[in-house]
Every structure is written in C-alpha cells, then in structure tokens.
Design a protein around this ligand. Structure first.
Ligand SMILES: [Cu+2]
Length: 317
C-alpha cells in the first residue's frame, strides 16, 4: 500500500463533497489489503456476509481488529511523510462530522479533523520495525522490449469501452520520458484508469501490470505489478462509475524503462470480470508540490463557494 503512492489523493481517495460525482475513486488504503481482508473473511457467497459486505461487516468481531490495523497502517504512512503534507486542508472534509455514543451513552459529535492524530484520541500504536520499506521489488524483466514487440492495440484505437471478461492488454504512450530526479519530485506520473463500471452489489477485482511479458500476469511481488481495483460489495445493486490512479515513477525506475515512449498495460480480471467495463486508460502528470498545491486549492475552493453563494443570492433577488 506504500508503493507507487506519492500523493494524498492516491492514498486516501479522490475528493468527494457537494457537487462531486459519486464514487470519484478509492485510494490504495481502501482498495488493496483493506478490501481483500473483508472479502477473505466473509462467507464465500456472492453477498459475502458478514465481513464481506458493507451492511453486515460490523457484526463480525474481526471487523474491529481489521479496521484498527487499517488505522495503524494509515498512521505509519502519515509518519513516513516527514515534513510533507499529511492531510487535505479542504474544510468540507476536515469539518465533516458524525454522531457517536460515548462510554456514558451520551451522543457526541466527532469531526474528521478530531480523528487525524490518534494521540489526541488517547492512544498510540506500538512502534514496530518496517524492514519491508527498504525492499523494492525486483523486475521480472529489466529493460523489457515488450512494449515495442507486442501486438497489443494502442490506447487511441477503439478498444475501449472494454469488458474485463478476459485479460485486456493495451499500449499507453507516456506524456514525458527521461525525467530527472527533480522532475519526479515535482510531478508524479500516473496511469489513470477511467470509467470503471461495476455493480455495487458484487465483489469485483482486477490487477494492473506494466510491461509484464506474460499473457496472463499474476506475480504480485515483482516490480511489474502496478496495483489493483477491488470493491467490497454493498447490499443495494446499482451501477457505479469510478476511476483509479496508479503512481508509476518508482515502478518505471525499477523496470529501467524511464526512456521508453510507451508502456504495455495489462488489466487482469480476478473476480467478477464479466461485470466490469473499463472506459479508458490514459497517462496523466500530477503536480505534487503538495503543501503549496493544497493551500492554493483550498483558496480556490473557498472562492468557488463564495461565487456560488453570490450567484444564488442574485438569483433569489
Ligand atoms: Cu472496512
């Protein structure tokens, strides 16, 4: 969950507040190990009770230790950021609040901003070694030429929307190549998979690989593995349209293909593929001078809000 995640949005998930489309896109903290454990512990039925479904997972005692561990991983991630921005500054998020009963059966209102530092809530996690941080995965094939020899179609052909009932391979051109260390610190290179359409009541999962020479890639501990999309089922069935962003700067270094113009992307269905449609795959560069950006962005949101209020009051007049 740490690999290939440089930006807040890619860890926590995309911005979701008034005016945003539903399901703007889950972050790695949610869609990887979190979803996997829900579904793994739930019954092997399509609805997956108790742990494998949103409405029933709280009935499973395991739920509480699982989510405590998610909080612990979240804390480790925040600590690893050192002086980099740890949290969004969007007040819509920080001031969002929820009602809980406390130990005296009194209702208390808790804001998101109250929960970001666990020490303020009166507990801390035992410090454990994190030797895995230093172990970058090894490439199955360094400097692979698969992107120049493959017969896979280019992303600009008409392969999308594509149903994920089998492995889909596509060539994606990069916006920039041969980037310096400084370039990478400023801008994250992202593979964006847009228009992922799924049934919210089903468990679905697909894995994403870059330059993997296998017809059916499935090696998750090698550098070619870029990440996954997965979803814990909800009780109600609706069509959801979402997206994921996968940071690629580290991965391209590990594969030693920084100078290549194109990469070969494999989308590999693992569960419910019959029911997954992919809108498109594209590259994007994301500026992540994050502290600075975050601040500018929050001012922009405030100004936008203000504008809406003025427009509204003009309409009312
Ligand atoms: Cu959960």
């Amino acid at each position: 969950m740490v690999r290939n995640v440089q930006t807040l949005e890619d860890f926590y998930g995309a911005r979701y507040n008034t005016g945003t489309q539903p399901d703007p896109g889950p972050g790695t903290v949610e869609r990887g190990s979190h979803a996997a454990l829900h579904v793994w512990v739930g019954e092997a039925t399509s609805s997956g009770e108790d742990m494998g479904n949103f409405y029933s997972c709280g009935r499973e005692p395991m739920f509480f230790s699982h989510h405590t561990n998610v909080d612990r991983l979240w804390t480790i991630w925040r600590d690893l950021r050192g002086s980099k921005t740890k949290d969004f500054v969007d007040s819509d998020w920080l001031d969002a609040s929820y009602l809980f009963y406390d130990e005296n059966a009194q209702l208390v209102r808790v804001k998101v901003s109250d929960t970001l530092d666990n020490k303020l809530m009166g507990y801390d996690f035992q410090k454990v070694d994190t030797p895995w941080l230093k172990n970058r995965p090894v490439a199955r094939a360094k400097k692979s030429k698969v992107a120049t020899t493959t017969a896979a179609p280019s992303v600009d052909s008409t392969i999308f929307p594509a149903k994920l009932d089998k492995v889909v391979k596509v060539l994606v051109p990069r916006p920039k190549k041969s980037r310096s260390k400084k370039d990478k610190e400023n801008e994250e290179e992202l593979l964006v998979i847009e228009g992922i359409e799924v049934d919210t009541a089903k468990f679905v999962k697909f894995d994403v690989f870059v330059n993997d020479e296998d017809d059916n890639p499935n090696t998750l501990d090698k550098a070619e593995y870029a990440g996954c999309f997965s979803q814990v089922p909800h009780k109600n069935s609706t069509r959801a349209k979402t997206k994921i962003r996968l940071g690629l700067s580290e991965l391209l270094e590990d594969l030693d293909v920084e100078d290549d113009e194109k990469i070969l992307v494999s989308l590999v269905p693992k569960a419910g593929g019959d029911d997954i449609t992919i809108g498109e795959a594209l590259f994007d560069m994301f500026l992540h001078l994050s502290e600075y950006f975050n601040e500018i962005y929050s001012h922009f949101l405030e100004a936008e809000d203000m504008e809406k209020k003025i427009e509204q009051s003009e309409e009312d007049d």
